[in-house]
Design a protein around this ligand. Structure first.
Ligand SMILES: C[S@@+](CC[C@H](N)C(=O)[O-])C[C@H]1O[C@@H](n2cnc3c(N)ncnc32)[C@H](O)[C@@H]1O
Length: 389
């Protein structure tokens, strides 16, 4: 049985471009970071820590708790080392197991084969002990085992999250080009938003940025929105400790309401979806939704934060209409947002130039495989036209 308070190595993964925010979150929660890589933060902790990390982290994709690590030169060694792990103490017979793997090894050109061999080792070992095999397959709704194999070194971990943590569960109505929740959380963090000033989000689409802003301003643990986690399916799962932790996390949110959060979109269907999503996330009372052109978005007097995620011509390329939109965003910033800090999240350098204002920072992000920037503009009262930087 896995012990809830046994310290071990924990690896938390995130998307490219978000590791700096993840590291900051982990430190804020009081943990010491052992190492940070491109998309991973490593620390030492227990399964109880994994429970907390799953509930609290906003920019993490998965929290992995180490089960075994060994040198590994090829598939047969992999199988031999994996069958030596006491799976019968981890995987209940009536549970379902999924294996995923990642890495780089000269003996492997198809990582599905690694998944298959590790899955074989798990179920062969359990069958040897109990005469029956647990179900297995690609679904991530129960036990997920992660294999990381690089430079002849292999680690096998329990993915305590199961399904990706970016799937918070509040986005029930899918729309075109929604921002992944963890990326939206990173963007909100990059703006330095803390709830003390208005947060205005024209072109809100499905509302992800406004919802993540509301969740963070009220200190809500995003993981409370979800009920199923990988860690709940293993032998030794402490259901009572988990229940208590969820109750405590629920109580720890901030009581003060944040300053106004406003989200608008020209598409009534987007606003309806965003409103429903906010309701599901339990933050609809904190967000004012408006159907309007972005230029008509009500903007409370500054200081404040205004963030737009316009389309950037991904599928159809840069059009004249998009060029006009970006130019109009610049006009909107100048005319309607004095005293604000303005942000535009875009994947097009060409369109960014059409804004016609000087950026004070360009923060790199990745949206799936597209290199993007969060462009920052200081919108002083009476911002003047400035050469494009
Ligand atoms: C890339 S999507 C935003 C996605 C959003 N961040 C999310 O997470 O769902 C761009 C949004 O801009 C809206 N839009 C396009 N032109 C607009 C305009 N002139 N005024 C207001 N909204 C506009 C679209 O309806 C679309 O919902």
């Amino acid at each position: 049985m896995l012990e809830i308070d046994k310290p071990n190595s924990i690896r938390i993964t995130t998307a490219p471009g978000l590791v700096e925010f993840l590291q900051h979150e982990v430190i804020e929660l009081g943990y010491t970071v052992d190492e940070a890589y491109d998309t991973t933060v490593a620390l030492t902790g227990t399964l109880r820590d994994c429970m907390r990390l799953n509930l609290r982290l906003r920019t993490a994709i998965a929290v992995h708790y180490l089960l075994g690590a060994f040198p590994c030169g090829g598939p047969e060694e992999l199988y031999a080392n994996c069958i030596a792990i006491s799976w019968e103490e981890i995987v209940p017979l009536d549970e379902y197991v999924c294996v995923d793997s990642r890495g780089d090894h000269p003996s492997i050109d198809n990582w599905m084969f690694v998944n298959q061999r590790v899955k074989d080792a798990i179920v062969d070992r359990i069958e040897e002990r109990y005469g029956a095999r647990p179900e297995s397959g690609p679904d991530r709704h129960a036990i997920v085992i992660n294999v990381y194999w690089k430079n002849d070194q292999c680690s096998v971990s329990l993915n305590t999250s199961g399904a990706k943590l970016s799937d918070r569960g509040y986005r029930k109505i899918p729309l075109k080009a929604p921002m992944v929740e963890t990326l939206a959380a990173g963007v909100v963090m990059a703006t330095g938003y803390d709830g003390s000033v208005p947060f205005v989000n024209p072109m809100c689409g499905s509302g992800t940025l406004a919802i993540e802003a509301a969740l963070s301003a009220t200190g809500r643990a995003p993981g409370l929105l979800r009920s199923n986690y990988g860690l709940m399916h293993v032998k030794g799962f402490d259901a009572e400790a988990w229940r208590r932790m969820r109750v405590d996390e629920g109580k720890s949110r901030r009581k003060n309401a944040p300053a106004k959060i406003i989200a608008s979109d020209i598409d009534p269907k987007a606003v309806a979806a965003a409103t429903q999503n906010a309701k599901t996330a339990g933050v609809d009372h904190l967000i004012e939704f408006v159907v309007c052109d972005f230029g008509e978005t009500p903007v409370p007097s500054g200081p404040g934060i205004v963030v737009l995620n316009p389309e950037y011509g991904l599928r159809l390329g840069v059009s004249e209409a998009l060029e006009r939109t970006y130019k109009r965003i610049g006009d909107f910033f100048k005319q309607k947002c004095p005293g604000y800090t303005g942000y535009i999240f875009t994947g097009s350098k060409e369109l960014a130039k059409r804004v016609g204002l000087r950026t004070s920072r360009k923060i790199p992000f990745w949206n799936a495989k597209i290199e993007c920037r969060l462009l920052k503009y200081e919108l002083y009262t009476g911002t003047r036209d400035a050469p494009v930087s």
